[in-house]
Write a protein of this length. Structure first.
Length: 73
């Protein structure tokens, strides 16, 4: 279970802090992959829908912050 939690944590970290290529790969996995994502979440003891909903909120907040910063420039 700890291994699969580490996989998810690493993927989220890449999505937030990684280079653009890794960010895109991580985003595709976290938001578009259904089979592997659900399997890993289940193996980690994490509700995949709950996690994805929380990640979508973070993504929406990041998008709003990016738009706000762009409008100030």
């Amino acid at each position: 279970m700890r291994l699969w939690r580490a996989v998810i944590a690493s993927t989220v970290d890449e999505w937030v802090h990684g280079p653009m290529t890794k960010k895109r790969e991580a985003e595709q996995y976290l938001f578009d992959d259904d089979h592997d994502y659900r399997t890993v979440c289940s193996s980690a003891g994490i509700d995949p829908e709950n996690l994805r909903t929380r990640l979508m909120k973070i993504r929406a907040r990041q998008s709003a912050e990016t738009l706000a910063a762009a409008s100030r420039n």
